[in-house]
Design a protein around this ligand. Structure first.
Ligand code: PLP
Length: 360
């Protein structure tokens, strides 16, 4: 087997080779520190610099305005499904949710434990194959929640939903940093790191400071955003290694030319795969409607399950990992996050064309 395969996993997912090599080199001893990043105190000057640079680089990559806090928390995006409503649904105790897949549904389930949820739109009826175009927003919602990229179904919002003055909350777990966004349009953006930013175990939360007024003092300390903004993500021991890795990934993104350059590359990769699907005359069938297609997760099916199993087995033998669709919907999925090199996609397309020729 090759030392490294072409990795199309949905998350945890591929990381840039340069980042892995730097982490590997420094894992025994950080230059000038004499200890690994796994061994240093989070209260040390060394770590202060690591977390400061990670925040600074994210701030510049995403042009995050000064009135936003950047937090590194634990518990995954799934904990944010609960923290968002606990903290900012009061005092109105009502929120709008746009349901575009399983992750949005999980967010709704948690929000319902706090207050009233209005489903402003849902694409469930059509198998979550599209991004809704019509929203039925309530006039007294505390916020509107949406999932910018639907990892399982392979759909993605091309622009933010229009919600007027109501704070927009976004689960950006699977497309954060894949392009520039206008952060000032959002109240909260959260994302587990393990798809497009780093390893699992750290969750990025970007929160506008005026929302902190809503966080009830009655909340458990660790579940209150104010605890973490007041202590700059250092109320307790933060996920030191994950933050260090996010910092390396952010530096790598800057070296790659920033998010506009990355977005161009991401579009090129996605186009290769979608063209292969569209030109296959029905041998490969994309799950998402064309105008809702994700640039990060390309989902598709073959004409029958047997053939899908065969493709997955042969792909694995040929050095392609992670092309099996999510267990809840089956089919195939290639996750082509920032760190997935274009050559991996080119090779996958060659393999898919060859597979079609032999089995079509
Ligand atoms: C869009 C989205 N939201 C939330 C999650 C759950 O994240 P976590 O495992 O970090 O809780 C995932 C994937 O794992 C995801 O793809």
């Amino acid at each position: 087997m090759k030392e490294r395969i072409y990795n199309f996993n949905a998350g945890p997912a591929v990381l840039p080779e340069e980042v892995l090599k730097e982490a590997q080199e420094n894992l025994f001893s950080l230059p000038g520190v004499g200890m690994s990043v796994l061994e240093i105190s989070h209260r040390s000057g060394t770590f202060d610099k690591i977390i400061g640079e990670a925040k600074g680089d994210l701030k510049s990559l995403l042009s995050i305005p000064d009135n936003y806090h950047i937090l590194f928390l634990q518990g995954g995006a799934s904990t944010q499904f609960a923290m968002v409503p606990m903290n900012i649904m009061p005092p109105k105790n009502k929120a709008d949710y746009i349901v575009t897949g399983s992750w949005s549904k999980k967010a709704v389930k948690e929000a319902k434990k706090v207050g009233e949820v209005n489903i402003a739109a849902s694409s469930e009826e059509t198998g979550f194959d599209r991004i809704p175009t019509e929203l039925n927003l309530s006039d007294d919602a505390s916020y509107v929640h949406f999932t910018s990229n639907n990892t399982i179904y392979g759909t993605e919002w091309k622009t933010e939903p229009e919600v007027g003055d109501v704070p927009l909350v976004c689960d950006a777990s699977s497309d954060i940093l894949h392009k520039k966004i206008d952060v000032s349009k959002y109240g909260i953006i959260y994302a587990g790191a393990q798809k497009n930013m780093g390893p699992s175990g750290v969750t990025l939360v970007i929160i506008k400071d005026d929302l902190l007024e809503r966080c009830p003092d009655s909340l458990f300390t660790m579940l209150n955003y104010k605890t973490h903004t007041e202590k700059d993500s250092m109320f307790n021991t933060p996920p030191v290694f994950g933050i260090y890795m996010i910092g390396l990934v952010a530096k790598w993104l800057k070296n790659m030319g920033g998010l506009d350059a990355m977005y161009n590359l991401n579009n090129e990769k996605a186009e290769l795969l979608y063209n292969c699907i569209d030109e296959s005359e029905g041998f490969y069938k994309g799950h998402a409607q064309k105008d809702s297609r994700s640039v990060m997760n390309v989902t598709f099916n073959l004409t029958n399950e047997e053939l899908e199993k065969k493709l997955i087995a042969e792909a694995s033998e040929s050095g392609f990992g992670g092309v099996k669709g999510h267990r809840s919907i089956g089919g195939l999925r290639a996750s082509i996050y920032n760190a997935c090199p274009k050559v991996a996609v080119e090779e996958l397309v060659k393999f898919m064309k060859d597979f079609q020729q032999r089995n079509g």
